[in-house]
Design a protein around this ligand. Structure first.
Ligand code: URA
Length: 207
């Protein structure tokens, strides 16, 4: 299932990110802001229970977060900007990291780094990668989360291509994708069209 966050603030910020004239500083700020707004939507179904609290006026029941604790997991490197901003909203969340590269021979994703919270099986996991392009890395990352015991996983991306969405829906139909926009297609170099270019390069100012 794909949820596209169509809120005008998200769409405006994403349009500025797409603009080739947007520099590193502004791109980073916008990526952080869009990530927070995506998290607001992705976490809409967090469980709450009523707890008794005393205000300066009276005692009454109020909703407080309950249920599974949270884990944010970044796919390196571009996913870092998303977890770094989202953790401000959920400061008790644990944060994991998964690094993958594509084997030049087989073109399959290979994990070079994997550091996850040891209790990930008991946590709701929000996996972050700004760009869902071919879906190969995200699918492999979800597989390694499942291997570690995670059962409740949402994938958060800023932009997705239909090709990547199809791969996640085929490999992991239980994983909801939350995204700011679903673009047209991938070009011959694996870039999302119209896209925003290489998210990692634009965040970190590399080429
Ligand atoms: N990764 C990116 O950073 N950009 C794309 O367009 C595709 C994959």
């Amino acid at each position: 299932m794909v949820t596209v966050v169509t809120h005008p603030l998200v769409q405006h910020k994403l349009s500025v990110m797409r603009d080739v004239r947007t520099g590193v500083k502004e791109f980073r700020e916008l990526a952080s802001e869009v990530s927070l707004l995506l998290a607001y939507e992705a976490m809409r179904d967090l469980e709450v229970t009523q707890e008794e609290l005393t205000t300066p006026i009276t005692t009454a029941e109020f909703p407080m977060l309950s249920g599974k604790k949270l884990a944010l997991v970044a796919i390196l490197r571009a996913g870092l900007i998303m977890t770094d901003s989202i953790v401000q909203l959920v400061p008790a969340a644990k944060v994991g990291h998964i690094g993958l590269y594509r084997d030049p021979q087989t073109l399959e994703p290979v994990a070079y780094y994997n550091k996850l919270p040891t209790d990930i099986a008991e946590r709701r996991v929000f996996l972050t990668d700004p760009m869902l392009a071919t879906g190969g890395s995200a699918s492999a990352a979800i597989a390694s989360l499942k291997e570690a015991g995670a059962t409740t996983i949402k994938l958060m991306c800023i932009l997705a291509a239909p090709e990547g969405v199809a791969v996640i829906e085929r490999d992991h139909p239980d994983v909801e994708i939350v995204v700011a926009a679903l673009d047209s297609h991938l070009n011959d170099h694996g870039y999302i069209v119209p896209g925003l270019g290489d998210a990692g390069d634009r965040i970190y100012g590399t080429k």
